[in-house]
Ligand binder design. Structure first.
Ligand SMILES: [Zn+2]
Ligand SMILES: [Zn+2]
Length: 147
């Protein structure tokens, strides 16, 4: 079932048509996500371009000081400053390079959030946070099959 979301000012909206992608729905505890969100982390899902329809013209800044060490484009609404997606400028890992850019959607955009199927960078979880029940726990970056 397609889901739609928009940033706070409405300048950017995203529709995801292929709900199969939510199997890779991930709660990320990395420091980059915490700084970007102002929270304890973010829920993210990696997508191919054809899986989403984005309306609006997001702005971008390139973050070259990420937890993974790979530069990322961080795309945000020029109206409200809300971050809508990330894009990897290069492979997700050195051992598993991806030739095509992967979009990573910030799931906070959507009113209903599918439960994350995994947590990543769980070593960076705070002492007071509890493990998400039933979710796979990954110490570092989760790399989906085929990436
Ligand atoms: Zn906005
Ligand atoms: Zn993160």
């Amino acid at each position: 079932m397609p889901i739609q979301g928009r940033c706070n000012c409405g300048a950017i909206s995203i529709t995801i048509n292929n709900d199969d992608v939510f199997k890779n729905n991930t709660f990320c505890h990395c420091l980059s996500c915490r700084k970007q969100s102002g929270g304890a982390g973010t829920i993210v899902v990696p997508l191919e371009d054809e899986d989403i329809v984005m309306k609006g013209e997001p702005k971008v800044w390139v973050d070259d000081d990420t937890t993974t060490g790979f530069p990322m484009g961080r795309w945000y609404s020029g109206g409200c400053g809300w971050y809508v997606t990330l894009s990897l400028k290069c492979g997700m890992t050195e051992s598993s390079p991806s030739s095509s850019p992967v979009m990573i959607i910030k799931m906070g955009l959507f009113e209903v959030l599918p439960k994350p199927s995994m947590g990543q960078f769980v070593k960076r979880r705070q002492d007071w946070e509890t493990e998400l029940s039933g979710a796979e726990q990954v110490d570092g970056l989760f790399v989906p099959e085929g990436a």
